[in-house]
Ligand binder design. Structure first.
Ligand code: SAH
Ligand code: SF4
Ligand code: F3S
Length: 462
């Protein structure tokens, strides 16, 4: 169900906390792990905290409330969050009023939720990722009667519109269009922690995008765990064209797409609206072996994947492709891995994000036999990265002497020179000397290619 936080008691809790905080300067520190969805969620968390009267700070030491927005995708992400959390134990001892909240995907795993409640006495509350609108309630509860709260298993799959947000950047914005995932890839925790797929109403999304463009945003990235399976009153290709029809000088990106939902209709829309829809596609492959893909429950074959990659390249000349690969899924043999390498060679991705398989409690793959030894995984990773360095370099070299439209993201003063960084429409990182403003599109002549970035000279403006 689509709900507005204005129809709930969220506003009352916000006012209550604001009243309690009135007259004092109180600081809030938010730490984010994980994907863009989490980054976007943290903007909502900061929005809620700001409305409750907290001032955002990058300095955890002075914070009155610390919220850790966690990720559960691989063990490493959890270990990092837990070790960071450990650092706040001493701070809580010094300041017993400190509020420490653990939210996000790790807080939605039963064994982690249990552990946080029992073993981490300095944690004030935990909350699952789809329940962020309850943060004001939990803060109010702590401030009024000192109670700790552990919210688990209460996600009803609702979408909450109208939450406040403090966006980190002025020129780029993330817009979540759908939440959750129904795919149950056998290795993946996301469907368990983020729940079933649900899409926002297209009108709300278009209204939000229009507002962002009006406020000067130059790049909108539509987000979803499975963004191209968006399905509400419009299909994903229909939604994309409606956003592309919004007047203004801005570009649209989206992620992450699943091959099964990458239709010819979607490719057609990208073709029609290039370059307003950026010529870039992130299409996770996971494995190039049909046997492993089946074990992973990915529902496509290597042949189907290669066809999609081909269709994208044919219809959108110069498109950049990137992918995710998992190395060392249970039973992955040398021959299976060779199949993955083969797809990498055939598609010639611009970028590959490779991950060592990490068993996730509660998923089907975690119960599989045939674990691949760490040394074998590491050797495969080294081989893949070595190959991809070369392929990425080969993809970047033809950019030399071309003129690229670059969106300026940041600048640094180095040896008295103002060095800007930005991205081409195809998503390549470029460094160039310029007085360009952050958020300004600028034409850059590429002078040098490296495997993972380009160097260039800005063209004179006006
Ligand atoms: N929804 C997206 C992204 C999921 S998470 C998708 O469908 O692709 C991002 C990446 O993490 C995945 O693409 C996958 O490559 C990797 N990943 C997910 N679960 C993993 C696990 N258990 N071990 C290692 N990598 C994993
Ligand atoms: Fe995980 Fe697969 Fe869903 Fe992506 S599509 S979030 S990998 S279950
Ligand atoms: Fe991690 Fe949750 Fe994103 S598990 S990758 S933060 S959806």
């Amino acid at each position: 169900m689509i709900r507005s936080i204005n129809d709930t008691n969220v506003r009352e809790y916000i006012s209550l906390v604001k009243e309690i905080n009135f007259g004092a300067t109180k600081y809030a520190h938010v730490i984010t792990f994980g994907c863009q969805q989490n980054e976007r969620d943290s903007e909502t968390i900061l929005g809620l905290l700001t409305e409750m009267g907290y001032t955002p700070t990058d300095n955890a030491d002075i914070a009155d409330i610390i919220i850790i927005n966690t990720c559960a995708i691989r063990e490493h992400a959890e270990v990092k969050a837990l070790s960071l959390l450990g650092r706040f134990k001493a701070q809580k001892k010094r300041n017993p009023d400190l509020i420490v909240g653990v939210v996000g995907c790790m807080a939605a795993e039963p064994h982690r939720a249990d552990m946080l409640k029992k073993d981490f006495h300095y944690v004030t509350f935990t909350l699952e990722p789809n329940m962020l609108h309850r943060i004001p309630e939990l803060v109010a509860r702590k401030l009024t009667d000192g109670k700790r709260s552990f919210i688990f298993g209460q996600d009803e799959g609702d979408i909450y519109e109208d939450s406040p947000a403090v966006r980190r950047e002025r020129h780029r914005a993330w817009v979540s269009i759908m939440y959750g995932c129904n795919n149950f890839c056998s290795y993946c925790i996301v469907p368990y922690v983020r729940g079933r797929e649900r899409s926002r109403c297209s009108e709300d999304i278009i209204f939000e995008c229009q507002g962002l463009v009006n406020s000067g945003v130059k790049e909108i990235t539509l987000l979803g765990q499975n963004v191209n399976s968006y399905n509400a009153d419009l299909t994903f290709p229909e939604l994309l064209s409606r956003i592309a029809e919004i007047d203004g000088d801005f570009i649209i990106r989206f992620m992450t797409s699943h091959p099964k939902d990458t239709s010819s209709a979607l490719i057609e829309v990208m073709k029609r609206y290039t370059p307003k829809i950026a010529p870039f596609f992130h299409l996770p492959l996971q494995s190039g072996s049909n046997r492993i893909l089946k074990e992973m429950n990915r529902t496509y074959t290597r042949e189907r994947y290669l066809d999609i990659a081909c269709e994208l390249k044919e219809n959108i000349p110069g498109i950049a492709l990137s992918t995710d690969v998992i190395i060392g899924f249970p039973t992955e043999s040398d021959a299976d891995f060779a199949d993955t390498v083969d797809v990498l060679r055939r598609v010639e991705f611009d970028n590959v994000y490779a991950f060592l398989y990490s068993p996730r409690e509660g998923t089907r793959a975690a119960k599989m036999d045939g674990a691949v030894e760490r040394s074998v995984k590491d050797a495969r990773m080294a081989e893949l990265l070595g190959l991809q360095d070369k392929l990425s370099y080969d993809k970047n070299r033809p950019y030399v002497d071309t003129i690229q439209r670059v969106l300026t993201d940041a600048y640094e003063i180095k040896n008295g020179r103002r060095i800007c960084s930005g991205r081409t429409l195809t998503g390549k990182l470029v460094y160039f000397e310029s007085d360009a403003e952050i958020g300004e599109f600028i034409n850059v002549k590429i002078t040098k290619a490296c495997p993972y970035h380009l160097l260039g000279e800005a063209e004179k403006r006006g």
